[in-house]
Every structure is written in structure tokens, then in C-alpha cells.
Design a binder for this molecule. Sequence first.
Ligand code: ZN
Length: 261
Amino acid sequence: MLTQLFEWTKDFDSAYTFLKERKILAEKMVCSVCQQEMSLIKNRDTKVFRCKAHKNQKASIKKGSFLQDSKITLQEFIRIAYVWSRQITGVVASDMCDVSWKTICSWYQYLRDATSHHMLMNPYQIGGPGHVVQIDESLICKRKYNRGRVPEQRWVFGGWDTEDKIGFLVFVSDRSSDTLIPLIKKYIKPGTTIHSVSGVHTNNVECFWKNAKRKFKTMMGVHSSTVESHLDEFLWREVYGKSGKDAFDNVLLHISQWYIV
Ligand SMILES: [Zn+2]
């Protein structure tokens, strides 16, 4: 896979071809004056669309895309999407992609936004007739080192389909049935056998909760405005990004479905 990354990002043309194939960038662009297809001309180390008849009519190759108005190069974008899909964290990612840590943070957020958008547009439900879903709640605490303060803690409610091996998780303010029942209806298909399994977990669900808890602990440190998108990313990876390759292919696919070029 790494060999492919080098191929895709070898030079401008390779990256441009790759992003057109993945429908991240438009194949062609028409002039806004005459509606004729524009031609592609070289412009420093990138390319730009220009109308043959109206030489002042130009359009960026990023126009209308997820990359519109961004400063990063096409190669940088592919590298960032690649390291994000492999869950490589900030400093190492910045080193590998040769961009600033700030750029990595911004783009990781944009990619998370793409997962949020997809989850919003394609809500999913687990279970179904003949399926068993194990539901559970867990208290996630973030240890505080300054004594005397109440530790930050939040309840998480989740379910796990033992057959499809897929789960959901949500933050909840309390564990009352008024809070949980609507969530069960939202995330679990009708006709599912629901087991409440506090403490008695099979291996798979144990693993799901362990990963979730680890993820949630790191999320407790992030700004509250981005907590939801971190949760979306976690669930998105459960469904679409089990492997780094899946995450990479699917995030590009979902971006191409979001920004239709
Ligand atoms: Zn024109």
C-alpha cells in the first residue's frame, strides 16, 4: 500500500489523475460565459482551467471540490488522507506529510467532518429479527491531577450486534428510560432481541467497549465542540474503516458523494 502512496504522490500529474479517478476533483470545467469546455493550462507547479475564447475566464482545478479554497497541494492532501486513515497522530503525521502540525489538525478535522456528514446522511441501525444486541452503559472518567476538583465523567450508552459484529455508542446525560428508550429505537432495528449485559461480555463486545473507552478518554481532552465529530469518526471507522485501506478508500468515496464535482 505504501508503494501505491508513493505512486499517487510522485508528482503533480500523478496526484491530479488519482484525485480525478476518485472523483474528488472535476474531470472538466466549462466557461461561465460561453459554457464551452475550458482547456487545462500549466500554472507554476499546478494547473488551471482557462477558456480558449475568453482568456480571462479561469477556474481552479479545486473549484467546487472538498479542496476548494485550500492551500495544500494535491500530493499533501493524499498523504494527509492516507495517514489519517491509518490513525497516525499529529506530530508523526506532520513529519510524514511534511506539513505543519496545525495543518494536520485542521485537515484531520475536515476528514472527521466528512465522516460526520456521511453518518448524518446515512444513519445506521444494528440488529434485526433473529439478532441479539447486547446493550450496556459505562462511566468514562478522565483523571484530573489537580486535587480537590470533581473528576470529569460522562455516561456512554452503547449496543453491540453479536452476529454482525457492529456497534453504536452515544453520550448520555443520564441513564433513565426516558433517555435510553428513544436511543434504542433510533439505533436498534425492530424485532431485535435485546440483552442488557452489564459486566458479562463476550470477547467481541469486550473489545468494542475497550476500544471505545480508550477513544472516549482521549476525547474528554478535546474541545466540546468537536466531541460529536470524534464520536462520528469512531463509529464511522467501525462501519467503514476497519482497516487502513478501507478507511482511506471510503473517506475518499464519501467525500466524492458529499462534494459532487
Ligand atoms: Zn468562454
